[in-house]
Write a protein that binds this ligand. Structure first.
Ligand code: 3HC
Length: 275
């Protein structure tokens, strides 16, 4: 099997890393060679750590070929899109992939809060479009939501499901509803947590300690928003609010202010915490 990954940011690089680790020939596409190489360096770093820790014996970095040219994805059996989380660029990309790839190539999107059906509607073969929603950090989080859009056929759905299994993940099946399963629950919950910061006049550290030690979360909500990225979380909240009109989905003003100030979490060096 040959897998294509379009967009090698945090999610795309994590997904490509999983493919390389599983011994799958992988074509990674970024807009510049420099961005592609940076992603490969990260992948090699994490896989080398796994070898050093004895978690894997070895890995073949040659499994990953980098390109800036979408036509290099022509021979892929499945392509996973992990580009910017905006509808129009995704729809545009899918029309190009439809033109480049074989008719039986499965086209998957890693979108977290957009509609897979709306992305699929951009192409003339929407039946082969499916959601494969990985969680951040993709190499560490076991879950992948396999999302059935309105017109997805079983063959495409099953191919995506079985790839997730090959990558060592725990896939679950769901339909294309706003936020799918986990974000439908997690996003309003994180927004509640942030509102509680002000309501209960609790410190960031104490709120995080509360959810870790009182609810068994592996990391506190503020740490988690910093990990996911304040901008990513605000954007996903807005997208879900737009679709559901549920007030708990709307991003708390405190998070919007943080986003506007460039306090994006780990990636900018400062969010709720300083890194
Ligand atoms: N690839 C491979 N290895 C990685 C890695 C990556 N991208 N990132 C970190 N690691 C490695 C590190 O190298 C580290 O090993 P080392 O320190 O020996 O080198 C190893 O993983 C373990 O790191 P940690 O000690 O930080 O691991 P923890 O045991 O603390 O667990 C965690 C980390 C899995 C992130 C855990 O804290 C957790 O489960 N947190 C919750 C995360 C979560 O909820 N994610 C979902 C976010 S919502 C989402 O993604 C939806 C989206 O649509 C917005």
């Amino acid at each position: 099997m040959r897998v294509g990954v379009v967009g090698l940011g945090t999610m795309g690089a994590g997904i490509a890393q999983l493919c390389v680790e599983a011994g799958i020939d992988t074509v990674g596409r970024e807009v510049t060679a420099d961005l592609g190489e940076r992603a490969r360096d990260r992948i090699v770093h994490f896989l080398t750590r796994k070898v050093e820790k004895g978690q894997i014996e070895s890995f073949e970095v040659e499994r990953l070929s980098l390109t800036v040219d979408l036509t290099d994805l022509a021979k892929c059996d499945l392509v996973i899109e992990a580009i910017v989380e905006e509808l129009e660029p995704k729809r545009q990309l899918f029309t190009e992939l439809e033109r480049i790839c074989r008719p039986d190539t499965v086209l998957a999107t890693n979108t977290s809060a957009l509609s897979v059906t709306e992305i699929a509607a951009a192409v003339s073969s929407p039946e082969r479009v499916v959601g494969m929603h990985f969680f951040n950090p993709a190499p560490l989080m076991p879950l992948v939501e396999i999302v059935r859009a309105e017109l997805t056929v079983d063959a495409a759905f099953d191919t995506a499901f079985s790839l997730a299994e090959t990558l060592g993940k725990h896939p679950i099946r769901c339909h294309d509803t706003p936020g799918f399963v986990v974000n439908r629950v997690l996003i309003p919950l994180l927004n509640d947590c942030i509102r509680v910061l002000d309501e209960a006049r609790v410190t960031v550290e104490d709120l995080d300690a509360g959810m870790k030690h009182g609810a068994g979360w592996p990391m506190g909500p503020c740490e988690l928003v910093d990990l996911v990225g304040v901008d990513v979380h605000v954007h996903a909240s807005e997208a879900l609010y737009e679709k559901t009109r549920e007030t708990r989905m709307a991003p708390p003003p405190r998070l919007v202010a943080m986003k506007n100030a460039g306090l994006l979490g780990r990636k900018s060096g400062r969010g709720f915490y300083t890194y």
